[in-house]
Design a protein around this ligand. Structure first.
Ligand code: NIG
Ligand code: FE
Length: 417
């Protein structure tokens, strides 16, 4: 059945080039009022203002009135640690007693606690937990996510995590892109034997490639985890094998963003400690600066310099970093609020960051990321009169309905796929 939504109070199309929007381009976004969209066979057929939709009406058209609503492209969360088991709320007291994220990890908790839980979990347990997270994301307006492994730290469990993501991609309406993050931490059985674990990661890369389980390879480049040289070794091998590259860089210690430029990673993520020089370098190398302010909020750290990045022509994306430790929240609308309130991004820049630039981070810019003729009809209807409204009123879910490939998957905040 064809679908037409007319009379939309505000339609943010994001249409234009299917490519990273950098600097001032992040503000050059089409916003239409009293707008309509026409959807046929899961794709956008026509976009315009006023009555122009009437020529597309037929007996079989589902016609919806968009008065009072904001419509945007489906939101894209391009950095998550979606598939994992267990939860770490027991770390709260350690945090309150002054232990840092790295202190907790060094005591064998943190990522390593989740690794133990994830290794022990069955495929079905992991699948059901991640499916529940995806359903929550869908209700928040997210239509595509990136999902990292990295809680196995051995071949068997890394494969298990990636196979869960693969199956979810088949059965859940949200599109999932997978990233191999074997270099997320050093497992306890390799304590004091990091070099041997790196050899293990290099071997895992080959198997993951052979099984075609991940499009990207990522490394946690951080003092005390994988330093620049170690990260470089892993990423170079990944590149040789045909992986696209991502890197957790400049999160708590510096250096990773230089490596991102040297190896032309698709994105460098976190960037909380990046300096003006780092930022200029990232902009020159067209590395997407993927910022995760909910992690910064939860770790009580300083925010990445998003304003400086945009003013220096970076292409900023924004993601949740959803994981059981540094960011146990998958609420991208909260991330969007933080981006405006803590990082001084304009609402329109934020929208660019979670649509087109997010799509570019996971190589989906030609099918997703904007409301444009011929592209997949992934969009969100917000119960809000305009874009500023959803970033001003924080802490609640503004989504009314979500559509993926023209099909309604959330109706009045209820899952209906
Ligand atoms: O992006 N930095 C490394 N990895 C995650 C945290 C993972 C965890 O704490 O379980 C992050 O912050
Ligand atoms: Fe992360």
């Amino acid at each position: 059945m064809d679908l037409i939504i007319y009379n939309i109070s505000q339609l943010v199309t994001m249409r234009g080039k299917n490519a990273l929007r950098c600097g001032i381009e992040m503000q050059k976004v089409e916003i239409l009022e009293n707008a309509y969209i026409v959807i046929k066979n899961g794709k956008f057929l026509s976009i315009g203002m006023g009555e122009g939709y009437s020529q597309y009406l037929n007996d079989d058209t589902n016609l919806l009135n968009g008065k009072g609503y904001l419509v945007t492209p489906g939101l894209i969360d391009s950095h998550t640690h979606l598939v994992h088991y267990g939860s770490r709320e027991h770390e709260l007291e350690m945090k309150l007693n002054g232990f840092s994220y790295m202190d907790i990890l060094n005591k064998g908790g943190g990522i390593l606690y989740t690794v133990a839980q994830t290794r022990a979990a069955s495929f079905d347990q992991l699948y059901l937990k991640a499916k529940k997270s995806l359903d929550e994301m869908l209700r928040l307006g997210i239509t595509c996510v990136e999902a990292k492994s990295g809680y196995g730290l051995n071949l068997e469990t890394e494969i298990k995590q990636l196979e869960v993501a693969k199956k979810l991609n088949e059965y859940h309406p949200i599109m999932i892109k997978s990233t191999f993050l074997g270099a997320h931490a050093i497992p306890f059985e390799y304590k004091e034997k990091k070099d041997l674990y790196i050899e293990e990661v290099l071997k895992m890369l080959e198997v993951i490639k052979e099984k075609d389980l991940a499009e990207y390879c990522d490394v946690f480049c951080q003092d005390g985890i994988f330093d620049r040289e170690e990260s470089k070794r892993i990423l170079i091998r990944a590149k040789e094998l045909g992986f696209k590259l991502k890197i957790h860089a400049d999160e708590m210690s510096s250096g990773g963003s230089h490596l991102a430029c040297e190896l032309t990673c698709v994105s460098a993520d976190h960037l909380m400690t990046s300096t003006l020089n780092d930022i200029k370098n990232l902009a020159n190398h067209k590395v997407i600066t993927n910022l995760l302010p909910a992690t910064t909020f939860n770790l009580n750290k300083d925010y990445a310099l998003a304003r400086l990045m945009i003013d220096n022509n970076c292409g900023v994306a924004l993601s949740s970093d959803y994981n059981p430790g540094s960011c146990p929240s998958l609420n991208l609308q909260f991330v969007m609020y933080l981006a405006t309130n803590k990082m001084k991004m304009l609402p329109i820049e934020v929208m660019t960051a979670v649509t087109m630039n997010g799509a570019c981070s996971i190589n989906l810019e030609n099918e997703k990321g904007s409301i444009d003729i011929g592209k997949d009809a992934d969009f969100v209807i917000f119960d809000a009169p305009n874009l500023n409204y959803i970033m001003y009123h924080f802490g609640i879910n503004h989504v009314k309905d979500v559509y993926i490939k023209g099909k309604c998957v959330v109706s009045d905040q209820k899952i209906c796929y």
